[in-house]
Design a protein. Structure first.
Length: 436
């Protein structure tokens, strides 16, 4: 005789004994997948409506189910819903509560679907929403960068290579470089969203279902572009999650580069930027310190963004078709990366909007670093007809002379430069100042 009092209700008559405590603990995902409750309820409402439209359940049954699901949504919103680890995941927690509310008819909701296609659908919907949110946050940060670029369009600074003064540019140009990086990041999320927007619902466990379901209806009801064409792929594909994680990691990489520059610029040695008190911290022992901790944390979170990507790729690399329980491990890295990159984008926007740029220090740095040397070499090519390599050599000698004299290039006199190349004229001074 089956020990019904000990068996797991989800598995019906196949199992006599309940799971061990450790099995229940390792098997449960409700602690993290409960954040997909909105997607799960929405997917179930679409599924119940479709079942009714197709005559698989009655319209009255569908109304009962939908009303019950809406009541559960209100309970979760109000904080009155009890999530139970013994029910494993968000799907069974909602279905169990639905049974408590409306009775046995709740069991009809799972007709023509499996938790395999249910979770794949929920996860795609959640990730789609995450893409939309991150696209919005990226655009907000781009707006902050754009406003700063407009404000500092005429403010000169040194551009750097190898962290050495290279050529004079404007602060606007420097900031716009990051805006361009973010534009590509945004487009990656747009592309990721487009690729993931196919509906797995109707794939069932792996091979579809014999019921006369309408997959186009549920796909449209859930704002997918179309149903997925292969049911094996429908329940087992997670490349959309891997792609999302890459997009997040790449965005984090760009933010980390900007954070690194903010950290450097905030040092007294550079003194290019002053962060507001609201985006800085102090020291427990050194009263004078004002640390750019927000920028450092943005830089530091790149590690977990990269780690989440590697985690997902490692989970997926050896999985045979179709569904495997390993896929329960797919959500936490995606949720964590979304939370982390969202925080980083908002922190970077807050830092920049409240920061003050020391444009005088930036100009001074550009003037001190012989940043117009390339312009001098180009003048020698264009006006004296020197081969660039010869012009490069002449310019190097002139820079060395200025360095020995302890002056800027535009502070040299004409005779000094003519001692290196006699054909140089007074017109050279037109390109020697950073403002020129």
């Amino acid at each position: 005789m089956i020990k019904e009092q000990n068996s797991n209700k989800m598995w019906g008559g196949r199992f006599e004994d309940k799971p061990s405590d450790i099995m229940e603990q390792i098997n449960a995902s409700i602690s993290f997948d409960k954040r997909m409750w909105r997607q799960d309820i929405r997917g179930s409402i679409a599924h119940a409506t479709m079942l009714s439209n197709q005559g698989i359940i009655t319209k009255d049954e569908a109304v009962e189910i939908v009303n019950g699901l809406n009541k559960i949504a209100e309970e979760i919103k109000s904080g009155n819903f009890e999530f139970k680890a013994s029910l494993e995941d968000i799907h069974m927690n909602i279905e169990s509560r639905l049974r408590e509310l409306i009775g046995e008819v709740a069991g009809k909701l799972h007709t023509a679907r499996s938790r395999n296609d249910q979770v794949a659908t929920d996860f795609r919907m959640w990730t789609r929403g995450a893409c939309d949110e991150l696209i919005h946050l990226i655009e907000e940060l781009q707006g902050a960068l754009g406003a700063l670029s407009q404000k500092h369009k005429d403010d000169i600074m040194s551009g750097f290579t190898h962290l050495q003064a290279a050529q004079p540019i404007t602060l606007a140009m420097h900031l716009d470089a990051y805006s361009q990086m973010l534009e590509r990041d945004k487009n990656r999320f747009i592309d990721c969203r487009k690729r993931l927007n196919e509906c797995p619902l109707g794939s069932a466990a792996l091979a579809g279902t014999p019921y006369p379901i309408d997959r186009k209806f549920t796909a449209e009801k859930l704002d997918f572009d179309k149903p997925m064409s292969n049911t094996l792929d429908g329940v087992s594909a997670r490349d959309f999650a891997t792609e999302f994680l890459f997009c997040a990691a790449q965005t984090g990489l760009h933010l980390s580069r900007l954070a690194e520059e903010i950290i450097i610029w905030a040092t007294p040695q550079f003194s290019f930027i002053q962060l507001s008190d609201s985006w800085s911290t102090g020291s427990s022992i050194m009263p004078q310190k004002k640390n750019p901790d927000a920028a450092e944390l943005v830089r530091g979170k790149t590690g977990r963004l990269n780690g989440n990507l590697i985690q997902m790729m490692t989970i997926m690399k050896g999985l045979p078709l179709a569904y495997n329980k390993d896929l329960q491990e797919d959500k936490e890295p995606v949720f964590d990366s979304f939370d982390s990159i969202s925080l980083c984008l908002q922190a970077m926007k807050g830092m920049l909007e409240t920061a003050t740029f020391n444009t005088a220090s930036m100009l001074e740095s550009a003037e001190m670093g012989y940043t117009t040397a390339t312009a001098l070499a180009d003048w020698l090519v264009m006006n004296l007809g020197l081969p660039f390599r010869d012009a490069h050599h002449v310019t190097g000698a002139i820079v060395k002379m200025a360095e020995d004299k302890g002056c800027k290039l535009d502070e040299l006199n004409l005779a000094d430069m003519q001692a290196i190349n006699s054909n140089i004229t007074t017109e050279i001074f037109a390109v020697l100042s950073v403002r020129a």
